[in-house]
Write a protein that binds this ligand. Structure first.
Ligand SMILES: Cc1cc2nc3c(=O)[nH]c(=O)nc-3n(C[C@H](O)[C@H](O)[C@H](O)COP(=O)(O)O)c2cc1C
Length: 197
């Protein structure tokens, strides 16, 4: 008899990747996390591979739904429909790498919808989010900075940050079994919170 195939976790997953490196710590964490989550089907945005135009505060979104720039239409649609958001990124000078920061700034249209146009509550499903980050410096300051930067856009997206893992000191040590265990713990906790386990 063939082995039973485990069902894929339910939900609509969007993964936003801020690392340009295919084999760095962020990639390793992403792979470990998705594997521990049962390889869900994800809509993936590699920010360096498809650079997003930056928000230039044109204020189109103060009077219209959406954004005047059309390069993110599909990404907006996927994010709105998602119930799980996975953010993975290295720390660059205390923040997100520029292409990922551009995407985060473009979420400003959801802030305008709620606080300028008064569309509240958000008309899309609530979301659970996680953040996996890597930084060359010791300590967790870089991971905390990224989590803080995510907080405002997550709020207007009706999303809660369910957990984070930050790998520190990555420039001086390889990805370890302890790092892998921390990512797997977060994945299990995430699945549990989402009632998938
Ligand atoms: C432009 C640049 C700026 C960086 N700034 C920081 C920083 O402020 N804090 C930090 O901890 N690491 C910093 N780093 C190191 C990276 O975060 C670290 O090497 C990380 O593990 C890279 O992840 P990746 O290989 O998965 O892309 C920086 C690296 C680059 C290229």
């Amino acid at each position: 008899m063939p082995d039973a195939v485990a069902p894929r976790p339910a939900g609509r997953w969007v993964l936003i990747n801020g690392s340009p490196r295919a084999d760095g710590d962020t990639a390793r964490m992403t792979q470990t996390f998705l594997q521990a989550c049962g390889q869900p089907e994800v809509y993936r945005v590699d920010c360096f591979a498809r650079p997003i135009l930056p928000c230039d505060d044109c204020r189109y979104c103060h009077t219209h739904a959406g954004c005047a720039k059309r390069d993110m239409d599909e990404i907006y649609r996927r994010i709105e429909q998602a119930d799980r958001l996975v953010f993975v990124s290295p720390v660059y000078h205390g923040g997100f790498p520029a292409p990922m920061k551009a995407l985060i700034d473009r979420l400003q249209c959801y802030w305008a919808a709620r606080f300028v146009r008064g569309e509240s509550p958000a008309a899309f499903p609530p979301k659970q989010a996680v953040l996996l980050s890597a930084g060359g410096a010791p300590g967790d300051a870089g991971g905390k900075a990224l989590a803080e930067q995510l907080r405002p856009p997550l709020t207007v997206l009706h999303a809660a940050l369910a957990g984070t893992v930050h790998l520190a000191d990555t420039d001086r040590r390889p990805f370890s079994a302890g790092d892998e265990a921390a990512v797997i713990r977060l994945a299990k906790q995430f699945l549990f919170q989402n009632n998938i386990l």
